[in-house]
Ligand binder design. Structure first.
Ligand code: NAG
Ligand code: NAG
Length: 368
């Protein structure tokens, strides 16, 4: 048998090299989709898209990564606020204009889409993202996106994070959102979303944070929210939400933060909220009335308890001094009357926390 000639070996090496680059290079349609995505954006300061050249989009394209097995693009991770050296060298935070091209919907294996804090990106969330069945993360916080949440968002049954905070999104929260059975983190803060919270939001079994503050959300707080077993953080502040606070919110296993401030809530404060697992409770700036329930127990522990700017009447309940801790307390701007109880949670208080009531007296206000 003749030994391999020099030419044979060279050919073999070349063949292996070509095989490797074909196996590892990105899928041509993924590359084309990324280039179309890039063409719709303008990033003038950092030059991150300068790295998006050559055939292999799976290597050294800034913010792009591919699945190790399929070699299809799995993540787009572009953050305008980042510790990345590219930002330090430029001494700038990210700024980008343009829009998110629907071409990204051709990235059929996309699992995470993060285009966050670029401040200048406008246009809509491409409707077609709901056709990407592998999407787990949509994080578009801190841009200038407008238009509505895609009506059929509920198709993304793997979605765990949906964060579109700090944009100009309008319209309602689509009913289909309650079909997102994997959703853990919902952040819609600081947009222009209106209409009610879907009544069956309680169908989201994995939800742990629901942050909807600073919108124009109306309607009432759906009772079904209290069925979300894992919910730890519920922020509905600075909306137009009316009606009563469901007492069942005080029965939730792990709810620790409940911010309902700056709404149009009325009725009494449910006693359950003061004996619950909630440690951060803000009910300020509503139309709550009646007395502060006299139900505090040693289990009552509050890093913040803000009941200011309501129509609360009657005395500050004596049981308040039984609470194990109350950090930031604010009862100002109500119609409370009577002696301020003494006791350990009340040792570090200032007059301003009791100011603008009808007739409170005793330390830290003037003697009765
Ligand atoms: C939620 O999913 C179910 C089952 O897939 C479907 O029948 C229903 O139409 C969906 N609801 C909405 C509001 O999209
Ligand atoms: C409670 O909400 C009010 C109104 O939105 C806000 O001004 C206040 O700082 C909040 N209180 C705490 C303790 O965060």
């Amino acid at each position: 048998m003749a030994s391999l000639s020099y030419h044979h070996i060279l050919f073999l090496l070349l063949f292996i090299a070509v095989c490797f680059s074909v196996v590892h290079a990105c899928h041509p349609s993924d590359r084309a989709a990324l280039l179309a995505f890039k063409a719709a954006l303008k990033e003038p300061y950092l030059g991150i898209f300068n790295t998006w050249t050559g055939n292999d989009c799976c290597h050294n394209w800034y913010g792009v990564s591919c699945d190790a097995e399929s070699h299809r693009v799995a993540d787009i991770n572009l953050r305008g606020e980042s510790e990345d050296p590219i930002f330090e060298r430029a001494h700038k935070t990210g700024y980008m204009t343009g829009y998110i091209s629907p071409a990204i919907c051709k990235l059929k294996r996309l699992s995470s889409l993060t285009i966050a804090d670029w401040k200048g990106i406008n246009g809509e969330i491409p409707r077609c993202v709901t056709s990407l069945p592998f999407l787990r993360i949509i994080d578009l916080i801190g841009n200038k996106l407008s238009g509505q949440i895609p009506a059929d968002i509920g198709r993304l049954h793997r979605l765990t994070v949906f964060n579109i905070a700090d944009n100009y999104i309008t319209g309602r929260i689509p009913e289909s959102l309650t079909n997102l059975s994997s959703l853990m983190h919902l952040d819609l803060r600081n947009n222009r979303i209106s209409g009610p919270i879907p009544g069956d939001i309680g169908r989201l079994p994995m939800l742990s944070r629901a942050l909807l503050s600073r919108n124009q959300i109306s309607g009432t707080i759906p009772e079904s929210i209290s069925k979300i077993y894992r919910l730890a953080d519920l922020d509905l502040s600075m909306n137009q939400i009316a009606g009563q606070i469901p007492a069942s919110l005080g029965k939730m296993a792990v709810l620790a933060t409940l911010n309902l401030d700056f709404n149009k809530l009325s009725g009494a404060i449910p006693a359950s909220l003061l004996t619950s697992a909630i440690s951060n409770l803000n009910l300020s700036k509503n139309s709550l009335e009646g007395r502060i329930p006299d139900v505090f127990v040693p289990r009552s522990y509050f890093t913040a308890l803000d009941l200011s700017f309501n129509n609360l009447r009657g005395p500050i309940p004596k049981s308040v001094s039984q609470a194990s801790y109350i950090g930031h307390l604010d009862l100002s701007h109500n119609h409370l009357c009577g002696r301020i109880p003494a006791g350990s949670p009340f040792d570090h208080l200032e007059a301003s926390q009791f100011a603008y009531n009808d007739c409170l007296c005793g330390k830290p206000l003037k003697a009765c």
